[in-house]
Ligand binder design. Structure first.
Ligand code: EPU
Length: 438
């Protein structure tokens, strides 16, 4: 637990041009991909967030040598030799370690990595990862706190994913690029983060054909991959977070590099709230202020409305006139944050029904995966305990628009995914500071 708190005096407009960091959900995969070559990989625009630390720890333990320049956001990683592919004792703070199995199997034929951590937003099984690795020829054993894997040589395979999982698609990519033969995959995830990993692997020499429209992938295994210089693309979750912070407080904000490929469904839905959106080659300008119009949203895999956006969007819906619905179909337990919003004055009820939309895969189960939000309701500043990363952003935005002072604890969850968030919000007009708690 961090001893730090963030203190916010609400009611100030967030406005200006947001500085967007490199994507959290791309950078760690790029670091793992660097394990596939003995040559140096140079990664630019690395966000300075705590989420990458367990991945760096894993790479260092297996033998990577790193030159890190945090000021320049520049990481150079070279894994000339794998010293050990057994790292079961590493910290379980993120969901990346399972992605190292493929590269470690390719380099040494064996791997042992810790079971996964990450945000508490549902059960989060890894069955699709394991089934795919099995198809590629690996034998996987679940041990008490780790996964052990071994293989003589990874072999191309035909894989039909029953759900377009981001992590499982990335795992298949990282495991098949150097496998013997061709791997064909149906129903892949086509999130921009997955496409960024494909770009990097291609630059390293991988043979990958991807048809996003058909959700199909074909990978022809190669014998070796080479070093590469890549730049982490901007984080689209940050784009949405800053846009919501500005709109909730009645500010106007320009998000550089934002475009409809990255945040298309978000743009469509904020327009329905009554927000003005001006798109040009350099980015997107959002302007609008509460009260908004009510809007129903359903989260689903890309290109639909992303699950990581519903939390900041929900804060906007507390300021919409009437009742809005959020139907979450990606994670079964992602509305925990609404309790704190209700304590601030919001009117949000969660339900295990598929409210407002067709039945989803959580139909007739007991998961509280729909929310109905009635507004507009004034929010009052209070003490807020952050339970996970995106919940933390919802709490922070609620604190920015609330009347009075809010104290946010559990700040380490925000630090996992947002670099120096209080400094960037202060530059945009927030009255916000980070303090050591007593
Ligand atoms: N799933 C399975 N079996 C599997 C894998 C996934 O049932 O083997 C289920 C999950 O339980 C979940 C759904 O499929 O219900 C989606 O999971 P997916 O594998 O697509 O997500 P992920 O790779 O675990 C990444 C991001 C998440 C983001 C999702 C969806 C990283 C490290 N995490 O997770 O980001 O929400 O894709 O886009 O890339 C965040 O940044 O706060 C975050 C949670």
């Amino acid at each position: 637990m961090s001893d730090q708190q963030i203190i916010v005096e609400g009611g100030r407009k967030i406005q200006g041009t947001a500085q967007i960091s490199g994507s959290k959900n791309v950078v760690s995969k790029m670091i793992i991909a660097s394990l596939l070559t003995s040559e140096q990989c140079i990664i630019e625009n690395v966000p300075i967030i705590s989420d990458i630390e367990p991945t760096l720890e894993l790479c260092t333990k297996v033998g990577s040598k790193m030159e890190i320049n945090k000021k320049l956001h520049l990481y150079k990683i070279k894994t000339a030799k794998i010293n050990s592919s057994f790292v079961p004792e590493l910290s379980r703070k993120n969901r990346i370690s399972i992605l190292a199995i493929g590269p470690l199997l390719y380099r040494t034929g064996q791997a042992e990595v810790p079971v996964l951590g990450g945000c508490p937003i549902g059960h989060r099984p890894v069955n699709l990862h394991i089934e795919a690795l099995n198809k590629l020829g690996a034998r996987i054993e679940r041990r008490e706190n780790s996964y052990y894997a071994e293989v003589k040589q990874l072999q191309g395979a035909h894989i039909d994913l029953s759900y377009p999982s981001v992590g499982a698609t990335e795992n298949i990519l990282l495991s098949s690029v150097c496998a013997k033969g061709t791997t064909r995959v149906n129903n892949i995830a086509i999130e921009p983060e997955v496409l960024s990993l494909i770009d990097m692997l291609r630059k390293m020499g991988a043979h990958i054909k991807c048809n996003p429209k058909k959700r199909r992938l074909e990978v022809k295994g190669v014998k070796y991959l080479k070093g590469v210089k890549v730049c982490v693309p901007p984080d689209r979750n940050e784009m949405v977070s800053f846009a919501c912070a500005a709109l909730a407080t009645g500010g106007e904000i320009f998000i550089p590099e934002a475009n409809t490929q990255l945040i298309g469904q978000f743009i469509q839905k904020v327009k329905k709230l009554g927000v003005k959106v001006v798109l040009d080659k350099k980015g997107v300008l959002f302007s609008g202020k509460p009260p908004f119009l009510p809007v129903n949203i359903q989260t689903a895999p890309h290109p639909s409305f992303m699950t990581d956006w519903q939390q900041p969007f929900c804060v906007l819906l507390t300021q919409a006139k009437g009742t809005s619905i959020i139907h979450e179909t990606v994670y079964e337990d992602r509305f925990g944050y609404t309790k704190e919003l209700n304590r601030m004055g919001a009117k949000i009820t969660v339900s295990d029904e598929c409210l407002g939309f067709k039945p989803c895969r959580f139909y007739e189960q007991t998961f509280l995966h729909s929310a109905s939000v009635t507004g507009p309701t004034p929010l009052l500043g209070t003490v807020l305990n952050i339970p996970d990363l995106r919940a933390g952003m919802a709490h922070l935005i609620a604190a920015l628009l609330a009347q009075g002072k809010s104290t946010l604890t559990g700040v380490e969850h925000l630090d996992r995914g947002y670099e120096a968030i209080e400094k960037r919000l202060r530059a945009l007009g927030a009255k916000i500071k980070r303090v050591e708690s007593n």
